[in-house]
Write a protein of this length. Sequence first.
Length: 292
Amino acid sequence: MRKDVELKMINGTTQLAGILGWPAAHSRSPLIHNYWIRKHGVDAAYVPLPVAPADFAGAVRSLPKLGFAGANVTVPHKQAAFLLADTRDALSERLGVVNTLVFAKDGSIEGRNTDVYGFLENLRVGAPGIDFAAGDAIVLGAGGAARAVVAGLLEAGSKKVRLLNRTESRAVAIAKDFADSRIVVGNWDRRETALGGAGLLINATSLGMEGAAPLELSLDALPKTAVVHDLVYAPLETGLLRAAREKGCASVDGLGMLLHQAVPAFNAWFGVYPDVTEDLRSMAIDDLARIP
């Protein structure tokens, strides 16, 4: 047996958690949580849980009976998890989606959303001293990620959030749901003009992701003082972030959001508040290079 292979013994006291998705094999969550389990010496294991949408409710209800402390939820189950949860935190109620489930000893299920925490913490670490109130925040996209971004920006004190999406009606729906006068829906075709005077630009679309169409956006009108954040993390440096770096803007990649959103979930299940370290980030980057 190789000496550098660390054996993890699973026994009757081992706590379990996992990632619910369809598929689930692509998720980096097992790498993240099992790293923290080893680092903090927690008697636990985190596993992928591929569950078809038709089986979701029955599978989740069985997990507390099987010794699971909780689970993360990824596509396509986030809305189903919201509907299934017996109780939900205020943020989940506002967003209408759940990405973290916490199981009580009586089998009841609490739904939480940690995406906003991950988004804000990643920006604060990646762009130290960021002032959310300095200039407009431009958000590209109107999906679930964009909803979390908008909620985070409003919480952090942004004075105006300009929301632009290829299908404008979806952006209008978000603005209506939040009912906050700071949200202004813009025209996608005039997105480059909207960059003038912006303090923060966020790509919450899949444009620029490996295998997806590129994000066509000139940054000529964007001030050099602006921070550019791309939620895409494969590739790690997207075309948008490369353009931002060449312009001299501070740029923040999307990997940190994935890492930071896992922190409160781990704490809820195992009672340990872990750190997002450079070692963990390096492991995640290596894994991205190995398995796109």
